[in-house]
Design a protein around this ligand. Structure first.
Ligand code: KG4
Ligand code: ZN
Length: 372
């Protein structure tokens, strides 16, 4: 089966053709994957402008799908099913993909499978490396999400930790903005941090404990002991505020918070390195603690922030120390792409959705729980 996958949840218009291999251990193969990034458009505004994003998706979607088919040497007649990101994401952006996918499926009389964006990030690991040793602990860490999942069998995702405020990628983007480094922040902080000292500034690592006021029920409390479950949620807004305070202090009372004219390049590099150390430790401490408690036989890290070089190296080192393999996607599959949506679409199509139950009346959903 050849499945055409569409992803338009944020600021990338993406289409891919993904095929089944017939090999249960390595179930899918990418025949083509095209990503049209809108970064250059949004950079000017310091972040994604939803209305501009939707309009650009409308301009790009047909050309991106045509390119994906052409790259695979395929035509519309070769498409046996369509998968599309239903949510979560920017609803105007999602609607472009959802409308296109439904129209294509209806015109070609093939099924259309709605896919959860985070299921796509999780399945990017399987697409790249084959089925993970089960059970697995998988961290999805991107611009919009920071969530930790326990996967006891392929396709069954149970959330055991999530951020209470900012996503990790959002923290990267906000810190880059207040350092005047532009958008998106992850790649540039990753690069500058290599030139910096990570111990010059000490930023606080947020610890969420039972003493936190108004703390909701800990996310993983049905799977983990209560004290561990309380520690597996994330919080990054305090770290971002600490960086902001330091920048103002170093910049001599400048409280604009948008640029850093009086910081030296070394200051900026040291701030990047210190910020990154704290964020990575906090991501990995929780992931590895949960993995240990749950007896995970593998650990996965997916989503845009998994492109981070220090996160990759630190995760590998920790995995090697406890003899648990760590999987991250190759760079083109870590940031948003449609191939991962194709993988999750084929998983869902084969597991729960019988072809006769295909319907066209699903809608784009800005927020959407990940089915477990
Ligand atoms: O998965 P993704 O492409 O989109 C969402 O679903 O959000 O992730 C984008 C996020 C951005 O916040 C970006 O700054 C971050 O991933 N990112 C990185 C790196 N490359 C991208 N963060 C840290 N280090 C990187 N090398
Ligand atoms: Zn994403």
């Amino acid at each position: 089966m050849n499945l055409l996958a569409i992803e338009t949840s944020c600021d990338e218009t993406a289409a891919a053709l993904v095929a089944e291999t017939g090999d249960a251990a390595r179930p899918w193969q990418i025949r083509s994957s095209i990503v049209a990034s809108q970064t250059a458009i949004h950079r000017e505004w310091g972040g994604v402008v939803p209305e501009l994003a939707s309009r650009q998706h409308v301009r790009d979607i047909c050309g991106v799908v045509e390119a994906a088919l052409a790259d695979a040497g395929a035509t519309t007649a070769d498409v046996d099913a369509v998968a599309v990101t239903q949510g979560p994401g920017l609803v105007g952006s999602l609607l472009v993909g959802v409308s296109f996918a439904k129209a294509f499926a209806w015109a070609r009389n093939v099924p259309v499978v709605p896919v959860h964006h985070l299921a796509g990030h999780i399945e990017s690991l399987v697409l790249a490396h084959g089925e993970l040793p089960m059970p697995a602990a998988v961290l999805v860490v991107s611009g919009g999400h920071t969530s930790l999942y326990f996967i006891s069998e392929p396709g069954h995702y149970r959330v055991i930790g999530r951020t209470r405020d900012d996503a990790a990628g959002e923290a990267y983007d906000k810190v880059a903005k207040l350092l005047g480094l532009g958008y998106p922040g992850g790649p540039v902080i990753d690069r500058l941090a290599r030139e910096g000292r990570d111990d010059r500034f000490s930023f606080p690592a947020t610890r969420l404990t039972h003493a936190d006021r108004n703390a909701p029920r800990a996310t993983g409390s049905d799977l983990l002991p209560p004290d561990v479950a309380r520690r597996t949620d994330f919080s990054f807004s305090g770290l971002k505020t600490a960086v902001l305070r330091l920048v103002r202090e170093l910049a001599g009372g400048d409280d604009a918070g948008t640029s850093s004219p009086s910081l030296s390049p070394q200051d900026v590099a040291d701030i990047c390195a210190g910020f990154q150390r704290v964020i990575i430790e906090s991501l990995l401490d929780r992931t590895f603690e949960a993995a240990r408690w749950l007896g995970a036989r593998s650990i996965g890290i997916a989503g845009g922030v998994s492109a981070n070089s220090r996160l990759r190296a630190a995760a590998d080192a920790r995995g090697a120390a406890i003899a648990v393999p760590v999987f991250v996607p190759p760079l083109p599959l870590s940031t948003d792409n449609a191939a991962m949506i194709g993988a999750a679409g084929l998983r869902r199509y084969r597991s729960t959705l019988a072809p006769e139950s295909q319907r066209l009346d699903f809608n784009a959903e800005a927020s959407l729980p990940l089915p477990s």
